[in-house]
Design a protein around this ligand. Structure first.
Ligand SMILES: Cc1cc2nc3c(=O)[nH]c(=O)nc-3n(C[C@H](O)[C@H](O)[C@H](O)COP(=O)(O)OP(=O)(O)OC[C@H]3O[C@@H](n4cnc5c(N)ncnc54)[C@H](O)[C@@H]3O)c2cc1C
Length: 510
């Protein structure tokens, strides 16, 4: 079944009341992060009837706080976890060549060879990069998509990362990995593609009293509740999984990133990858990002206790990141250079003692005594594989009638071969618009009914007015925060956010 990809307030109202009045459905998915939307897409494309409910907004949780990397799995190889390393490389290739080539690009990562890096560490990185090339080949991803690793000289290293420390710089090691234009945009694209294939996607609807065959849903906007029956109920609520199903035990770990104006790093083209002093195989990354920014991450800290809606970075994490990056820079950065910061909680499986950095990133599907199927752990990179696994399990356990998984070759909304992206490009489209919407970019302008659709929302912010309108008309944004903090990431910098709040309000009043 093919439906419109547009998510908006009118569709939400219609589908919410149809769900309240309707017959039981095959599958209810709780949580609109990357895991939940991936499951909804897998289910819908196999012919199952599916409704996904999200308490806040798409990508409200951990899925918008990631490093935005589609990892090749090198890190897991180093810890001997060959299965997950290989799978990550395969999933990266699928995303970059078939599912979402418009949202994932090859990011150069540069490890500067400075005197502070001893010979064994250099050999380890060289070996790791060569192994990464091997993984890429094994996964069938061509070098035209992800170039081979190599050594570069100091001059080239400075061109790619102009503020790298020059004193004693003996060139750099360079490798490539997948980088998302933005994680929350991937979540929205997967959700809209699921809707295109008939899934019901409802934001601001919270689930409670989940059992194997039913859930109470509460519209967060009206406070009204009703019960829904399903043949299977999947808990994909990430770090909140234990609140939805008390039999689930997680060990959240916090990861923090700092946000800089790209000028503070000399407008780099490559990500600076800096070994953490005293650690093996752990690095901090300063990555060039959209909107003229650099994100510097990341930490890995135990985060016990109640789960906040929006986790906050600590001063210690900020200091650690600045101290580490400064070991490789010519001009030291300080707290005044930081223009924003964000933290997210990894939904790690509780494996007892040990550092959270060493806890496996494998996912697990568990059936609780109440019959709820919970999916826990995992990585954004592997969402498609995780979804396939969850639906295979649900089909087997509940005897559902479904076809085989179809997502390997399925283009998401905005990928060139998705049929909705058929409008011809006007000659001059802003490159930032294409980077965020892919082949759908012309639709964003064509669908706009606002004044001055191609004008920027504010001076110095590379987002046009038509994007705000599209967020509301097609991408399910219901509030100013949805537009500023998830459909666009303007809100990561408070000063930028202040400049455009009123513009966003204008679009919600239409
Ligand atoms: C700092 C950091 C960096 C990372 N970097 C990377 C990376 O670069 N690459 C990578 O592959 N992975 C990365 N990860 C891992 C990845 O981000 C997560 O594994 C993934 O985003 C988890 O997604 P999720 O959908 O399971 O959870 P979430 O995104 O948290 O989604 C769960 C959703 O459930 C909703 N919810 C909760 N309770 C209810 C309820 N009762 N009813 C309805 N909805 C509910 C929440 O509002 C939330 O939106 C990183 C993680 C962190 C923390």
């Amino acid at each position: 079944m093919t439906s419109s990809t547009a998510l908006n307030e009118a569709r939400r109202a219609t589908e919410l009341s149809a769900l309240a009045d309707g017959d039981p459905i095959d599958l209810i998915v709780i949580g609109g992060g990357i895991t939940g939307v991936g499951i909804a897409l897998d289910a819908a494309t196999r012919g199952l009837s599916v409704a996904l409910v999200e308490k806040h907004d798409l990508a409200f949780g951990t899925s918008r706080w990631s490093s935005k990397l589609v990892h090749g799995g090198l890190r897991y190889l180093a810890t001997g976890n060959i299965g997950i390393a290989r799978r990550s490389a395969v999933e990266r290739g699928i995303l970059m060549t078939r599912n979402a080539p418009h949202l994932v690009s090859a990011m150069p990562q540069l490890v500067p060879l400075l005197p502070s890096m001893n010979t064994p560490s250099r050999a380890l990185v060289r070996f790791g990069f060569a192994a990464g090339d091997g993984l890429r080949k094994l996964a069938g991803t061509p070098a035209s998509t992800l170039p081979r690793s190599r050594r570069i000289d100091a001059k080239r290293a400075i061109e790619l990362a102009p503020t790298v420390r020059r004193d004693g710089l003996d060139g750099a090691l360079l490798a490539y990995d997948g980088q998302l234009i933005d994680d929350a945009r991937l979540v929205t694209a997967v959700a809209r593609t699921a809707a295109q294939h008939g899934a019901v996607i409802l934001t601001r609807v919270a689930a409670s009293n989940a059992t194997g065959t039913s859930v109470t849903l509460t519209d967060q906007r009206t406070g009204e509740s009703f019960d829904v029956s399903g043949r299977a109920v999947v808990n994909a609520s990430g770090v909140w999984a234990g609140e939805v199903d008390p039999s689930v035990r997680l060990r959240p770990s916090r990861g923090t990133h700092l946000v800089f104006d790209a000028e503070a790093f000399g407008n780099p083209v490559a990500a600076l990858t800096i070994p953490i002093p005293g650690e093996i195989n752990r690095f901090v990354f300063a990555m060039p990002e959209q909107l003229g920014r650099v994100y510097l991450g990341l930490t890995d800290e135990d985060a016990p206790g109640p789960i906040p809606d929006v986790p906050q970075p600590t001063p210690e994490e900020t200091k650690f990141l600045l101290d580490t990056v400064n070991t490789a820079l010519d001009v030291a950065l300080g707290p005044d250079d930081v223009i924003g910061a964000y933290a997210g909680l990894r939904p790690l499986i509780d494996a007892g003692e040990g550092r959270t950095a060493d806890v496996s990133r494998e996912h697990r599907v568990v059936e609780s005594p109440s019959g709820v199927l919970s999916v826990i752990g995992g990585k954004l990179t592997e969402y498609r594989y995780m979804a396939e696994d969850v639906i295979d399990r649900a089909v087997e356990l509940r005897g559902l009638t479904a076809s085989r998984c179809r997502t390997r070759n399925l283009p998401l909304v905005g990928a060139p071969s998705n049929p909705v992206a058929t409008l011809r490009s006007p000659a001059e489209l802003p490159s930032s618009l294409v980077a965020r919407y892919g082949a759908e970019a012309p639709n964003v302008i064509a669908a706009a009914s606002c004044d001055r659709p191609t004008e920027r929302v504010a001076e110095g912010i590379d987002v046009i007015r038509a994007e705000f309108e599209y967020a509301v008309s097609h991408e399910g944004a219901l509030t100013v925060d949805d537009i500023l903090d998830r459909r666009t990431r303007i809100g990561l910098v408070a000063a930028d956010r202040d400049k455009v709040v009123e513009v966003a309000e204008e679009f919600l009043a239409i």
